[in-house]
Design a protein around this ligand. Structure first.
Ligand code: ZN
Length: 299
């Protein structure tokens, strides 16, 4: 049986798991993300040494990766990782192959292979949280692109629209990250507030008309992003992950109404939109899925 060691590196914690080829998590753990690269490698090395009998390994990082070179090109939340050829550094303490990918892409792969009873051939994951990201599985393989995999959060949904954190205007992320929900509520109540997205959600659940309206605005823009994703990838299913997916009951009906008007007419009714199922284990399971893709499916 194959077993894989999979890491999901976040700004606060590094999660890891030992996962078999059936997607069963045999062992898992987490530790605080080290403050320096030297310590980062030490902790990584310790975890590898504790599990010497793995078949392959994978590391997911929150940033842009060159998958061919195993290099991290840009990680804004963990600056010391930028520029590191992490796959080469892993070779100093492990002989098994290490695959690198962006965390949202890895999560897409995990969700596609292990999120439902049978894997999908074509699935796109859109994650809604502090940022908007995602990844696409095309014909059972992670879509890779030439430079890096796709940047779903930075497709333009409003021409000359709001400024995005990336510097561009009108990005999907600028309209559908968690902060945008707070902004819509502020615009509707016409005053400053300190409410978090979860507070606005609770208000809407309690029937507050203004909070509900904020979710409706959010749904309008989300539908534009999702329809573009559907038109580009023509997937069987789009899954929604990230923190805001927990609030889907407040915006999904409206989103689907707009979505059905915006999707390419011939695709209408053919693309399912659903909540992602693996939650915070999608990343480590995606690492196993990437190892399986490389070592078993296409070996
Ligand atoms: Zn952007």
């Amino acid at each position: 049986m194959y077993t894989f060691l999979s890491f999901d590196v976040g700004g606060t914690f590094v999660k890891w798991g030992i996962i078999n080829e059936f997607g069963e998590i045999m062992e898992e753990g987490a530790y605080e993300t080290p403050k320096h690269y030297d310590n980062f490698l030490v902790k990584l090395g310790e975890t590898y040494k504790k599990h010497p009998h793995i078949s392959a390994s994978a590391i997911a990082v929150p940033g842009v990766c060159d998958l061919r070179k195993g290099a991290i090109l840009y990680t804004p939340n963990i600056p010391y990782l930028t520029g590191k050829v992490i796959v080469d550094d892993v070779k100093t303490f492990s002989d098994v192959h290490c695959f690198l990918a962006n965390d949202a892409n890895m999560a897409a792969l995990g969700e596609c292979r292990f999120g439902d009873e049978n894997p999908y051939e074509n699935m796109t994951l859109v994650t809604l949280g502090t940022g908007v990201g995602g990844g696409a599985v095309v014909n059972k393989k992670l879509f890779r692109g030439n430079i890096s995999p796709c940047e779903l959060g930075h497709i333009t949904i409003v021409v000359d629209g709001k400024k995005c954190g990336c510097g561009k205007r009108g990005c999907f992320e600028a309209y559908c990250n968690s902060k945008s929900l707070q902004v819509y509520f502020k615009e509707i109540i016409e005053k400053e507030h300190n409410l978090l997205p979860i507070d606005i959600y609770k208000l809407a659940k309690d029937g507050n008309v203004l909070a509900k309206e904020a979710f409706k605005v959010f749904a309008y823009y989300l539908a534009h992003g999702l329809a573009n994703v559907a038109n580009i990838f023509a997937p069987e299913i789009i899954k929604i992950g990230g923190g805001l997916c927990e609030m889907m009951d407040m915006y999904m009906d409206d989103t689907m109404k707009y979505f059905n008007d915006l999707i390419y007419p011939a695709y209408k009714g053919l693309v399912v939109v659903e909540i992602a199922k693996l939650k915070n284990r999608a990343g480590i399971l995606g690492g196993a899925a990437l190892c399986i893709e490389k070592m078993i499916d296409y070996a």
